[in-house]
Write a protein that binds this ligand. Sequence first.
Ligand code: FEO
Length: 401
Amino acid sequence: MHCTRKITDHIVWVGGSDRRLALFENLFPIPRGVAYNSYLILDDKTAVVDTVDASIGRQFLENIQHALAGRSLDYLVVNHMEPDHCANIEELMLRYPQMKVVGNAKTFGLMQQFYDMDLTDRTVVVKEGEALELGAHTLRFYSTPMVHWPEVMVAYEESQKILFSADAFGSFGALNGCLFNDELDFDRDWLADARRYYGNIVGKYGLQVQAALKKLGGLEIAMICPLHGPVWRSDLGYLLNKYSLWSQYQPEEQAVAIFYGSMYGDTENAANILACKLADAGVKNIAMYDVSSTHVSTLVAEVFRCSHLVLAAPTYNNGLYPAMANFLHDMKALNLQNRTVGLIENGSWAPVSGKTMQAMVGELKGMTLLEPVVTLKSALKGDSMEQLDALAGQIIATLAE
Ligand code: FEO
């Protein structure tokens, strides 16, 4: 049975949510599920903006059939060719044989790579700034390459001032009936997943996000309709400010996050003592994560949030504890920058994890490494406590800057 929401009098949300999928991209845990948004515009011509993942294909097709109310479908706009939005292109082509598929040259290149569809006489190729007239509604297309794939474009509906933004401004999380940002508590229930989505899916492409924000900055936007998560129809400045900070790799908060790996609890003990010293000195809302038991996508999201990071890890195989090495590898892959970092190393006979972490952090742009690196030899003892006090002092001093 259909399950739709009204966006405007003539635009219908025809997407759906998947709460069964455990790992988005078979990689990222999504305990709150994920939504795949799609939008149907009803005018002299009818147009769907992007399709959905295969997992909710049946729901999507029922939604479209219901919302069309017996009308035909004239256009399918493909803003993004990743399969979580493209799995139903062929089905729509079969069901609506007069329907044309709208995309750019790169869109159709990828379409041929993924699928074996006969696109003869079925395509409308649009270029930067070109428009598709539907009647009272006009979709104008702007390319936003590498946000986060090369073919990505966004569609701006001029009469209602709606930006169909592809993956940009999206979030992990299934929609629980409430579709619009003013129907839900975004800060409480969505921000962490929106940050985790941005950081891990789009985070590497900060420069391209900034270019897109600049290109679209001249548009008057009343509503943002992304492909995942809530639709934004109020407080757009809040969301744009987050994207501005994230894309410039600037922290959202002056805050400390401690990330530790620990085989037998001794490195964890040092991390706990440091946290207590910081709290004693008045530092609030300290976050702490065991890198072995916390998914790296959550760790990455916390780097996007916090100004100060403490990395604490044992030496392992004459190198760095693997879970911490994986975290730092992800930080490099996602281009993370501009943080203040303290280090705690541990090694019972030849500690080298500090040196390895220093080198890996040194490969990231704009990072400030605090002194001293705290060295534990198996467990925290007197000399190391002095180093820990000094590191706490440095963190407190730089937090206040
Ligand atoms: Fe939601 Fe890049 O696909």
